[in-house]
Design a protein around this ligand. Structure first.
Ligand code: RIB
Ligand code: CA
Length: 335
């Protein structure tokens, strides 16, 4: 099994990425670490604890709290994209709470426990990873592979024309991480990789809904706000780079083409803050970036994952089944 940590700003696709790490038999998910990003920090922690419980692993996989703000820039919300990140589902009180150890301390401790074997998948802003690099100069070299969902290889952004959200929120952190001596940094880009191979249109969402399990019902509900936003933004459906990032940490066979670049981050400009510049000519590349994957195989993998029936607590099943209107009925009926 592959020792893994997922660093996340848990909302929508981050939840599905956590389910990959929680349910794939190849993954030994040692911890989830929380970082400021998509939606309010408390809401993200709620979403992560809900997802761990959904997978039947509440109290088993620790959720560590990390940086609740970027290093330098003010926090930027993506609540307009994701809503609360879980479609209004409210986590039943199951007695499970975040771990006491800070996320950055946990990242450093786990890097020593599994020195040379630990893989980290960062699917939010890179604040925690940068803090670990600064706190422990030996941290980066103990990580077998750091997979980052962030940036673009060709200048196309999403939160601005020039910058992808995870990098835009904390460009200083990204610059620190990209300059650190990690053994390998794998970058899952917004463009070209996500836009070409990790978009789920209405037909695919229908196929996931037809799986008919608690996991698939959660997927459809937690994904709906993001799906609607992405369609309104002109995409063919919802984007799923985070779940692809965790799968890539477990299964490299879906990579059909990859390139090596020297990736740098703009931190000085207002107009192009967070832009990632990829030099294909460099003789000193710092990232490897998949540029083509088997997108249908990725989708089929997620459909199979959603067909699993983990030991989900009944109260969590009920919370997922209760719709926004029905919440009151469910609450007054007594859980
Ligand atoms: O730009 C896409 C990334 O930003 C994804 O990780 C999404 O969850 C948001 O964090
Ligand atoms: Ca994310």
């Amino acid at each position: 099994m592959i020792p893994l940590v997922i660093d996340t700003d848990t909302a929508a696709d981050d939840c599905f990425a956590l389910l990959v790490g929680l349910l794939d038999p190849r993954a030994d998910l040692r911890a989830v670490t929380m970082v400021a990003g998509n939606v309010g920090f408390e809401q993200q922690v709620h979403n992560a604890l809900l997802t761990v419980a959904l997978a039947g692993r509440g109290g088993e996989v620790p959720v560590h709290l990390g940086a609740s703000a970027p290093l330098v820039q003010p926090w930027v919300s993506a609540a307009d994209v994701h809503g609360d990140g879980v479609g209004g589902i409210r986590r039943p009180d199951d007695g499970h709470a975040p771990a006491v150890m800070h996320a950055v301390d946990a990242l450093i401790a786990l890097s020593k426990e599994d020195a040379g074997r630990l893989r980290i998948v960062a699917i939010g802003p890179l604040t925690n990873i940068a803090l670990a690099v600064r706190m422990d100069p030996g941290f980066a070299s103990r990580i077998e592979r750091l997979t980052i969902m962030g940036g673009s290889l060709n200048g196309r952004g999403n939160i601005t024309p020039a910058a992808e959200f995870n990098i835009y929120v904390d460009p200083e952190a990204a610059a620190i991480v990209l300059d650190a001596p990690f053994r390998e940094i794998q970058v899952v880009s917004w463009d070209p990789l996500t836009l070409n191979h990790a978009v789920f249109d209405a037909e695919r969402i229908e196929r996931i809904a037809a799986v008919g399990t608690t996991l698939s019902a959660f997927f459809v509900r937690a994904n709906q706000t993001t799906f609607d936003f992405d369609i309104a933004a002109g995409l063919a459906g919802s984007t799923h780079p985070d779940s692809l990032s965790v799968l890539l940490a477990l299964d490299e066979d879906i990579v059909e083409r990859e390139e090596r670049y020297r990736m740098s981050v703009e931190t000085g400009s207002t107009l192009t803050r967070g832009a990632t510049v990829c030099d294909w000519r460099s003789e000193n590349p710092n990232i490897v970036a998949p540029t083509r994957i088997d997108g249908e195989r990725f989708f089929e993998y997620l459909c199979a994952l959603m067909a699993l029936m983990p030991d989900t607590p009944e109260a969590v099943r009920a919370a997922i089944a209760a719709d926004a209107a029905g919440d009151v009925a469910a609450d007054t009926a007594g859980d």
